[in-house]
Design a protein around this ligand. Structure first.
Ligand SMILES: [Zn+2]
Ligand SMILES: [Zn+2]
Length: 350
């Protein structure tokens, strides 16, 4: 099988030719049909996350070994499976839930495997979808995509799920009023699509890039704001037209934190999703005095992904712009994403 792997952090991904694995036990071997390129891959490629103050959370310290195949937004077609696997048949096209845990601990048993302390995430700690084949440990991680195309379905495994889980934390009541979305990359656009499908009021979107603000308007934003303009906060409150109950931050930088805290109402929810990095000095009394709730949201659970795919299958979610590229262009796709040139989602096809 063919795969593109990180050999050294930050270096170009190299093509590997290895034996195609033979699934055993409950394992399933799939032929990759589509693999989404995610912003998280840039952090993995770099070897970790900037935690602020010069500290780095290293992938190597978290148990990642090189060479490593990234790719956690994968749709594949079942090729073969181990003898203990009954639920699938060859030819089934499935979206893969990649946020796999140990399968034994309390959070895994509660079906919140994405929070397992011993994760086996595909494309992060196990080999992922930047390849022509992928092995999944159990058919429970395979989700039927109905008549959706592989390219459409792939981004739901991370960008879609992340946006969906963040919105679920805000809750229906708060979503009845406009919210603020910070960042109009793939996640921000996906969030706008989901708001419509969930019957929510909608969102004002802040992004530094005018092309991305334009894409957000096309995706149904109520208004857009350049967060670098000196009166950004007042532009936002004008566009919201009332108290701001919730902010979803897909950037996660000191500047986006400042913008969120400067615009949220008393009792507001601030959901941080983005991993841009950095650190903040924070006036602690502001949190209780303004009764603010700060949530960290990390991808989402398997049941949430199933719920999301059901919503997508109902045709209620308008599709986000997708750019199809051959798998062999993986390095260029990553560089384009790093340079901020990618509008919507790039999906690699082997
Ligand atoms: Zn991702
Ligand atoms: Zn676990």
């Amino acid at each position: 099988m063919k795969s593109f792997r990180i050999e050294t952090y930050g270096g170009p991904l190299r093509e590997f030719d290895t034996n195609t694995p033979k699934p055993t036990g409950t394992e399933v071997l799939l032929k990759v049909r589509a693999a989404g390129v995610c912003h998280t891959d840039l952090h993995i490629w770099d070897g970790g996350y900037d935690m602020g103050g010069g500290k780095m959370l290293k992938m190597a310290d978290r148990g990642q070994t090189l060479p490593h195949t990234m790719g956690h937004e994968t749709v594949g077609e079942v090729v073969s499976f181990g003898p203990e696997c009954k639920e699938v048949k060859a030819g089934d096209v499935r979206l893969i839930y990649p946020w796999i845990g140990c399968g034994k601990c309390a959070v895994c048993r509660a079906d919140t495997e994405q929070l397992c302390p011993n994760p086996r995430y595909l494309g992060v700690f196990s080999h992922g979808g930047y390849a022509d084949h992928i092995v999944v440990p159990h058919p429970r991680y395979l989700i039927d995509i109905g008549s959706m195309t592989a390219e459409q379905a792939a981004p739901y495994a991370c960008s879609g799920l992340t946006a969906f889980s963040a919105l679920k934390k805000i809750g229906k009541e708060r979503l009845a009023e406009p919210i603020l979305i910070i960042g109009a990359g793939g996640l921000g656009l996906m969030c706008l699509s989901l708001l419509k499908a969930m019957g929510a009021k909608g969102a004002v979107v802040a992004d530094l890039d005018s092309a991305k603000r334009e894409a957000a308007m096309k995706a149904g934003a109520l208004a857009t704001v350049d967060p670098a303009s000196p009166d950004a906060a007042s532009q936002i409150s004008k566009a919201i037209g009332g108290p701001l109950w919730a902010v979803v931050d897909f950037v996660g930088a000191p500047a986006s934190w400042t913008l969120a805290l400067g615009t949220l109402s008393k009792g507001g929810y601030y959901v941080v999703v983005g991993l841009y990095g950095g650190e903040m000095m924070l006036s602690l009394p502001a949190i209780p005095l303004r009764a603010l709730s700060v949530f960290g949201s990390f991808v989402g659970s398997r049941p949430e992904l199933i719920e999301l795919i059901d919503l997508a299958k109902s045709g209620k979610i308008p599709s986000i712009p997708i750019t199809k590229r051959p798998l062999s262009e993986v390095n260029d796709a990553l560089i384009d994403l790093k340079k901020g040139k990618q509008v919507g989602r790039a999906v690699l096809v082997p």
